[in-house]
Write a protein that binds this ligand. Structure first.
Ligand code: MG
Length: 175
């Protein structure tokens, strides 16, 4: 089972994630002016930077539309941002094609039913620890960390370890 997971991880070059419930804990906060804010987790952000630094591609696919997602993506140097997506699987297929990748080379992290078809189809389908049961059952891997609290970081480390690239990255921190 572990070998099977390692095998899936080794093929991954594009990591895609949902936003609400994955990059965040799912809370959507409005200020008095009705402007939406979200809370992101700094270690997830660092994980995304590590993944990109190691040569991996990263992207965001979300059904909702919010300015803070653009802000956070820009901060992390993420250029692949698809918001307002009604059919996530169609968009994930399109992104894979644009990068000349098969779905087997794509990992996707989700938390809810709109993510289910993607999680089932990609090479490495991941559910966060607090995802709905259907997603956890259909996933190749369920994170130990919940959404917005290190789930994305955990998957980055999982893939990079399987690809034997984690230790090299650690060396840049003089560990
Ligand atoms: Mg979600």
């Amino acid at each position: 089972m572990k070998t099977d997971l390692d095998e899936k991880c080794r093929s991954i070059s594009l990591l895609l994630v949902d936003v609400d419930g994955v990059l965040t804990d799912g809370a959507i906060i409005y200020d008095n002016n009705g402007v939406e804010t979200k809370r992101f987790f700094v270690r997830d952000g660092h994980g995304i930077k590590l993944w990109q630094r190691s040569g991996g591609r990263f992207g965001i696919v979300t059904a909702r539309n919010s300015h803070v997602v653009e802000v956070r993506a820009a901060e992390l140097g993420v250029q692949l941002v698809r918001q307002g997506v009604a059919d996530k699987l169609a968009v994930v297929r399109q992104l894979a094609e644009e990068h000349r990748l098969t779905l087997g080379q794509v990992a996707y992290i989700g938390d809810d039913l709109p993510d289910l078809s993607v999680v089932r189809q990609v090479g490495l389908g991941v559910a966060v620890a607090d995802a709905v049961e259907e997603l956890r059952v259909g996933a190749d891997y369920v994170t130990k960390a919940p959404g917005g609290r290190g789930a994305v970081r955990e998957v980055v480390e999982l893939i990079l370890r399987a690809q034997h690239r984690w230790d090299d990255l650690l060396k840049t921190y003089h560990c």
